[in-house]
Structures are given as structure tokens and as C-alpha cells.
Design a protein around this ligand. Structure first.
Ligand code: EPZ
Length: 431
């Protein structure tokens, strides 16, 4: 039997939890760290599966990787002997496309298997390609690979047609080592875009304006060594904030940047929670039935698409009718069927979910459809009456480090099990 989570719901989660480094910042920073021949040390790296997969792919092309401890890695990209990354496993993670920008910038050539990642809708890469072409690279897609090559990269003025985190970061990386100036307009403003720019600057790049709509990059000849600590994970933090909301708990979420959590805090306050901000922590307290609201996912500083399933789970338990509109990815309501098995009353029409709040969930046997939907269903299980068993938790482990252990430390009755015997044991222990 594959690993499952088993949960006995009903306990309010109370206590303190430490948030790790941001997965989506870390993946881009790891790829960018090969852009110098000197050694780079990355700290506050989340120990999650997507990170291990990317490190494995980097090792396969000759990058020397030394794990200094669970959250620190030393990377040296001076021995890269292969600019082609076509291993099957790399298709599993979307962030493999960051190796395109990094290798193209450094070696003016790269070939990477078309990216996969969570199946949350169609995920085109036209804006990445448009950016590389604007910098003077040729880009071809053949045999399931994206191939890109340039004699030289030249700075350019690029207007992105959609706000995309991936393309903004990829173009920023390649342009950091191009000749001359690049301007990216309509750039993504997510905290991890800023973190990658700060990281590249710490290696000697000249990038200004990250965090605004317009990023200006002056190409430099080469990059040098650095030691850099990844920012805290906005989505992991947001997930624990909603864990407090749905279990009527009281959680102090530590090692966060409260500014990055503002859109999440605002919605929690709207639905009836108390949110207290500290320098590097937020406390979420919820003591009464939640209220309905409306929410639409948007690029930062809007409400993140990666938090849509978690707020959906909270609103389905709230008083009244709520409306959730998903405007970034079309296939992010896959948790709705699972949640319906637990008693939720939700109708999805196109990119909108109409939610009639119910007063409780009941435990059920469900599956994690993708990373964030999976985490949201864990929250539902924690709020539900009785036992919930969740399959396919490898999706959740792509992006949450020791999720069940952190939840246990807050008083949740949750365990990872691999056999019917362990399930029975859990039921007896918690019954
Ligand atoms: C990143 O995906 C994250 N993944 C996602 O996190 C996250 O949901 C997303 O950003 C939005 O914040 C990684 O960082 C590895 P986008 P990405 O490019 O880069 C369209 C998670 O759960 N688009 O910002 O793929 C696209 O279809 C994952 O941790 C184009 O049209 O997202 C989408 O509608 C899931 N053309 C929108 O832009 C392109 O060339 C935003 O996508 C690129 C994107």
C-alpha cells in the first residue's frame, strides 16, 4: 500500500509552527546557482521532493552538489558537461524550465524536456519562448524537448502578454548574462520573483525593479560566488493560517514575512478570524463560525491561486453563500468532488465555484488531486467529524516539509500509514 495520511478530525490546532523556505523561490534559485563557476551556498532550502528532483537533474549534467545539512546546500556549476536535460523524472517538475534560462544565459545553449508539474490546467510556455527569442536566441520544440541556442544574447525590451512568474524569472536569468540592457514590462511581482532577483544580484547581476511591473536588467559578463538564504514560504504559511481557521484554533506561525501574507490575512479577517501581525510571525485565532465571502485569484499582490483550495475548504464550512473565482489556472477545482464526499455543497461553473456553506464535514476516504488541493483536503480532514484517509500524498510531499509532523505538534491527530494494520492502530489510539 502506498503512503496515506489518516486523520481523526475535530481537534482545534493550537501552538506554534515554523515555516520553511519558499519552494517556488528555492527551485529558481537552485537553477540560477549554476550560472557561476564559483561555489554558491543556499540556506533555508525546504527539504521537499521537488527540490530533490531538481538537484538530481542538476547532478546528472555535472553540477557538484554537497548537502551541508538538511536545509543547506553547496553548489558548484563549473564542471557542467551536458546541456541536455531529458531524464524522465525531470518532466515531473515544472521548475525544470528554469534550467533553460540559467544554461542559456551561461552557455548560450540549452535543451530541456518539456515541463510537467501538477495538472492544474493548460500551462503554456509561449512567454518564456518569446522572451528568449527577444534576447536573440533560437528556440525550437522537437521530440518533446525545448531547444534553445544563441550566438550571443542581446538585451531587449520585452512586454509580457500575461503576468507570469515562470517567464519573468526565466527571462531575468538569461538577461543577467546578456550584452546590454533588458526591460521586462508587465512583469510578475510575486515575492519569489524578488527573491530570485536579490539572489542574482548577490552573485553580481544588475537587476532593478523586481517587485514592480517593470524590471530593468543590465547584463554583466559573469557572476560570482554567494551565500544566500531563501525567503519563507508564503503558501506554507497561508496553509497553516487556514488550518487555524477551519479547526477553530489558535496558531502562531513563525518565520514568515507578514507583508507577503496580506491578501490572505485580509480574507481571514473578512470571514471572522483574528489575525495579529508581528515582525516575523502572524497569529491566527478563530473562535466562531466563519462567514461567507467572495474571492478571486490574481497575480501578487492579489489572492494567490496556490491558496484557492485552502480558502475553498474554509468557505464550504462558512455561513452563507460564497463565490470563488479562479483566474490563473482552469483546473484548480479538483478538490471539489473530494470535498463533496465529505459533505460540502459546491457547484462549479467554468472558473467559478458557488459554495453553500455547511456546518460540518464528515470524514471520508479521498485522494489528493494535486499539491495545494491535497493540502487543502488535509485541512478538511482536520475539521471533519471522524476519520479521513487521504491517498496520493506524494503530491503533498512535493511542496510541504514534514506536513503531518508540524500538524501533530499543533495537536492534530494525523499520521502517515502504509498498511491496514497501521490504520487500525491509529483508530484504536485516537478513538
Ligand atoms: C508558478 O507556476 C508556480 N510554480 C505555481 O505553483 C503557481 O501556481 C504559479 O506560479 C502562479 O503563482 C513554480 O514556481 C514551479 P505562471 P508557473 O507562469 O510559473 C499563463 C504550486 O502549487 N502562462 O505565473 O507555471 C499560465 O497558463 C505551483 O506550488 C502563459 O500563458 O505560473 C497561467 O494562466 C502550482 N504563457 C498564468 O500565465 C506562459 O508562457 C500564470 O502562470 C507562461 C504562463
Amino acid at each position: 500500500m502506498l503512503e496515506q495520511y489518516i486523520i481523526r478530525g475535530g481537534n482545534p490546532l493550537v501552538g506554534e509552527v515554523e515555516i520553511g523556505g519558499a519552494k517556488n523561490a528555492a527551485l529558481a534559485i537552485l537553477a540560477a546557482s549554476i550560472m557561476t563557476d564559483e561555489s554558491v551556498i543556499i540556506e533555508n532550502l525546504p527539504n521537499v521532493r521537488d527540490v530533490s528532483v531538481l538537484l538530481q537533474a542538476m547532478e546528472a549534467i555535472g553540477v557538484v552538489i554537497e548537502r551541508l545539512d538538511k536545509h543547506t546546500v553547496k553548489i558548484n556549476g563549473s564542471m557542467i558537461h551536458d546541456l541536455t536535460i531529458d531524464k524522465d523524472y525531470i518532466k515531473k517538475i515544472r521548475a525544470s524550465y528554469y534550467l533553460l534560462g540559467a544554461l542559456l544565459g551561461k552557455y548560450k545553449k540549452a535543451e530541456v524536456a518539456l515541463p510537467g508539474g501538477c495538472n492544474i490546467g493548460s500551462r503554456p510556455i509561449d512567454q518564456h519562448i518569446k522572451g528568449f527569442r527577444a534576447l536573440g536566441a533560437e528556440v525550437k520544440i522537437a521530440h518533446g524537448m525545448i531547444q534553445t541556442e544563441a550566438e550571443r544574447l542581446t538585451g531587449s525590451h520585452i512586454y509580457l502578454d500575461v503576468v507570469t512568474v515562470g517567464a519573468t524569472i526565466n527571462i531575468m536569468m538569461a538577461a543577467a548574462l546578456a550584452d546590454g540592457k533588458t526591460i521586462i514590462e508587465n512583469a510578475a511581482k510575486e515575492p519569489h520573483v524578488v527573491d530570485v532577483a536579490n539572489f542574482l544580484n548577490s552573485m553580481g547581476a544588475n537587476i532593478k525593479g523586481a517587485g514592480t511591473d517593470v524590471i530593468r536588467i543590465k547584463g554583466v559578463e559573469k557572476l560570482h560566488k554567494t551565500t544566500y538564504s531563501v525567503i519563507p514560504d508564503q503558501i506554507e504559511a497561508g496553509t497553516f493560517m487556514f488550518a487555524a481557521a477551519v479547526t477553530k484554533g489558535d496558531i502562531m506561525i513563525k518565520n514568515v514575512i507578514p507583508k507577503h501574507l496580506e491578501s490572505i490575512s485580509a480574507k481571514l479577517i473578512e470571514i471572522g478570524c483574528e489575525v495579529e501581525e508581528f515582525d516575523d510571525a502572524v497569529r491566527v485565532v478563530c473562535s466562531k463560525r466563519l462567514r461567507h465571502t467572495q474571492v478571486k485569484t490574481l497575480p501578487y499582490p492579489g489572492f494567490p491561486t496556490d491558496m484557492q483550495p485552502q480558502i475553498g475548504v474554509a468557505l464550504a464550512l462558512s455561513e452563507g453563500t460564497s463565490i470563488v473565482t479562479e483566474s490563473i489556472f482552469e483546473n484548480r477545482f479538483k478538490y471539489v468532488d473530494e470535498l463533496s464526499c465529505m459533505g460540502a455543497n459546491i457547484k462549479v461553473e467554468g472558473n467559478t465555484a458557488i459554495i453553500e456553506g455547511v456546518s460540518k464535514y464528515t470524514g471520508a476516504k479521498i485522494s489528493a488531486p494535486d499539491l495545494r488541493a491535497g493540502a487543502a483536503l488535509v485541512l478538511a480532514g482536520l475539521a471533519a467529524d471522524g476519520i479521513t484517509v487521504i491517498d496520493d500524498i506524494m503530491y503533498i510531499e512535493r511542496g510541504y516539509e514534514e506536513f503531518h509532523i508540524k500538524l501533530q505538534s499543533l495537536g492534530a491527530q494525523i499520521d502517515k500509514v502504509t498498511s491496514e494494520k497501521e490504520i487500525q492502530k491509529f483508530k484504536l489510539k485516537t478513538g
